[in-house]
Design a protein around this ligand. Structure first.
Ligand SMILES: Cc1cc2nc3c(=O)[nH]c(=O)nc-3n(C[C@H](O)[C@H](O)[C@H](O)COP(=O)(O)OP(=O)(O)OC[C@H]3O[C@@H](n4cnc5c(N)ncnc54)[C@H](O)[C@@H]3O)c2cc1C
Length: 422
C-alpha cells in the first residue's frame, strides 16, 4: 500500500524535459536534486560539441555555484576578468573593463570562458548518478498534448514511437522548439539578414597581438569578436566571429581561400591560419509571446534567441532554469500555488525583452556603426565610461547580467495580470 502511494505520487510529480542542451540538463539537475522524478529527451545521440556559448557571466556563475558546478567549471574553463573594445580601422584600443569593480556586487567578479558542451557534460556526469533522473538520447519529442491534470509528449526513439506523461513539461529544445510550436506560442521578433561565421584557430592573439581573451572590434566594414576558450587545456583556442555577406553561398563563405582571406584581412599573419572549426549561424532576435502554456514551460533558446555579441543567450537560459526550477519545485514538493509559474513567465520574459534583446541589439549596432559621427560618439562614450569607476561599475552590472537578475527578482506576484493567475 505504501509503495503504491509512492508510485502514484511519483507519476503525479514527474517532470518531462524536451532538450538536453545546457538548459535542459540544468533543469534536470535542479529538479532531480529536489528528489523529483525527471525524464529528459534529446534528439541527438550525445552532447554536441559545436562552438557556440562560452562566456559565462558573474550573475550566471552565482546560479551555477548554487548548483554545485563552480569549481569544476573553473577547472575546465578559463577565468577572464577583463574585456576590451578596439577600433579596428585605427588599431587603437578604446576601452578596457575589469570586472574587479564588481567585487562588492558578486562573489564572481569575472567571466568564465567555459564552452557550453563542457557545462552540459559536467551536469550530465551528475545526472547519471541520480536514480530519479533519466536522460534519453536519440529521442525526439514530436508532439505535445495536455489535460487539466497532466501533459503528454509523443517521442520518436530507436525503438519507434512512444508516449510519456508527466505533471509538467519543460521545453528546453532550442530555437526551433517543437514544444513552443506544438503549444501554438508565437515567437515574435526578427532575423538578421547576415549570417555570422565562427572561425576557431590555434593562432594566439594574446601572445601575437596583445588582445585579451574577450576582445570586441568595431568596424563599419566588418566588425569582429575575438575570444579565447581553454579547449583541451593550454594553450587553448581562439574563436573569431564575423558578419557575412548575405549574397554569398555557404561554399563561397566557407572555402579555405575565403576563410584565410577573412582572417588575413583582419589580422595579417606570416603563415596561413590553422582553422579548427568553421561554422555559419543564422541569427535572430525573438522572444516567445509566453513562457507558459498550461503545463508546458519554455526555457533557454526555446523561449528567446539573440545575437551572440555580449554572450547573453545561454546565460539567460541558465537563469531561466534556476528561476523556473525553484518555482516548479515549490509547486510540486511544497504545494505552492501554480501562480508561481506565471510569475516565472513574467519575470523572465520581462528581462529577456528589456535587457537581453535591448543589450545585444545595441552591442551589434555599436560594433557595426557606419556613420562617422555616430562611430566617434560611440567610441568616445566607451572611453568615458571606462575612465570613470562609478560608470564602469554600472556598465558592468548590466553586461554581467546582475542588473537583469535584480530586475527579475523585484517583479512580484501582484504584477502578474489577473487573467493569467492560476
Ligand atoms: C556563435 C555563437 C556563440 C554564442 N556564444 C554565447 C556566449 O558566449 N554566451 C551565451 O550565453 N550564449 C552564447 N550563444 C547562445 C547559446 O549557444 C544558446 O543560447 C544556448 O545553446 C542555448 O541553450 P539551450 O539548452 O536553450 O538550447 P540548445 O543548446 O540549442 O539545446 C537544445 C537541445 O534540444 C535538443 N532538441 C531540439 N529539438 C528537440 C526535440 N524535438 N526533441 C528532443 N530534443 C530536441 C537539441 O538536440 C539540443 O541538445 C552563442 C550562440 C552562437 C550561435
Amino acid at each position: 500500500m505504501a509503495n503504491e502511494s509512492v508510485a502514484v505520487q511519483a507519476n503525479q510529480s514527474k517532470v518531462l524535459i524536451a532538450g538536453g542542451g545546457p538548459v535542459g540538463m540544468l533543469c534536470a539537475l535542479l529538479l532531480g536534486r529536489r528528489g523529483l522524478p525527471v525524464r529528459v529527451f534529446d534528439v541527438n545521440p550525445c552532447i554536441q560539441e559545436d562552438p557556440r556559448a562560452a562566456t559565462t557571466h558573474p550573475a550566471t556563475l552565482e546560479v551555477l555555484d548554487k548548483a554545485g558546478l563552480i569549481d569544476d567549471m573553473a577547472r575546465v574553463g578559463l577565468i577572464a576578468p577583463i574585456f576590451q573594445f578596439w577600433d579596428r580601422p585605427s588599431g587603437e584600443m578604446i576601452a578596457e573593463f575589469d570586472h574587479a569593480v564588481l567585487k562588492d556586487d558578486t562573489a564572481f567578479p569575472y567571466v568564465n570562458q567555459c564552452e557550453q558542451f563542457k557545462t552540459a557534460g559536467l551536469i550530465l556526469e551528475r545526472l547519471v548518478t541520480m536514480p530519479n533522473v533519466e536522460v534519453l538520447f536519440s529521442h525526439e519529442v514530436t508532439d505535445v498534448s495536455q489535460t487539466a491534470d497532466d501533459i503528454t509528449v509523443t517521442v520518436r526513439g530507436p525503438n519507434g514511437e512512444s508516449r510519456h506523461t508527466g505533471s509538467y513539461l519543460i521545453g528546453a529544445d532550442g530555437g526551433r522548439s517543437t514544444v513552443r510550436k506544438s503549444c501554438g506560442i508565437a515567437f515574435d521578433g526578427f532575423t538578421w539578414p547576415e549570417r555570422f561565421i565562427v572561425l576557431t584557430t590555434t593562432f594566439d592573439f594574446q601572445a601575437q597581438r596583445g588582445y585579451c581573451p574577450r576582445s570586441y572590434f568595431a568596424d563599419p566594414d566588418e566588425w569582429c569578436n575575438c575570444f579565447k576558450v581553454s579547449a583541451n587545456g593550454p594553450p587553448g583556442l581562439w574563436r573569431t566571429v564575423f558578419p557575412t555577406n548575405p549574397d554569398l553561398s555557404d561554399a563561397e563563405l566557407m572555402s579555405d581561400v575565403a576563410v584565410q582571406a577573412r582572417l588575413q584581412k583582419f589580422f595579417p599573419a606570416p603563415e596561413p591560419y590553422e582553422i579548427v572549426h568553421r561554422n555559419l549561424y543564422v541569427t535572430h532576435q525573438r522572444v516567445a509571446a509566453s513562457f507558459r502554456a498550461g503545463r508546458a514551460l519554455l526555457a533557454g533558446d526555446a523561449a528567446h534567441v539573440n545575437n551572440p555579441i555580449g554572450g547573453m543567450g545561454l546565460n539567460g537560459g541558465i537563469q531561466d532554469a534556476d528561476n523556473l526550477c525553484d518555482k516548479l519545485a515549490a509547486v510540486l514538493c511544497d504545494g505552492a500555488s501554480e501562480r508561481l509559474l506565471d510569475l516565472y513567465d513574467l519575470q523572465r520574459r520581462t528581462v529577456a525583452v528589456e535587457f537581453v534583446q535591448e543589450q545585444t541589439i545595441a552591442n551589434k549596432r555599436r560594433l557595426e556603426a557606419h556613420d562617422p559621427q555616430t562611430r566617434a560618439q560611440n567610441l568616445a562614450e566607451l572611453r568615458a565610461i571606462a575612465a570613470d569607476p562609478a560608470r564602469a561599475r554600472q556598465f558592468l552590472l548590466r553586461t554581467s547580467m546582475i542588473l537583469s537578475q535584480r530586475r527579475a527578482a523585484a517583479i512580484t506576484l501582484d504584477e502578474v495580470p489577473a487573467a493569467r493567475r492560476a
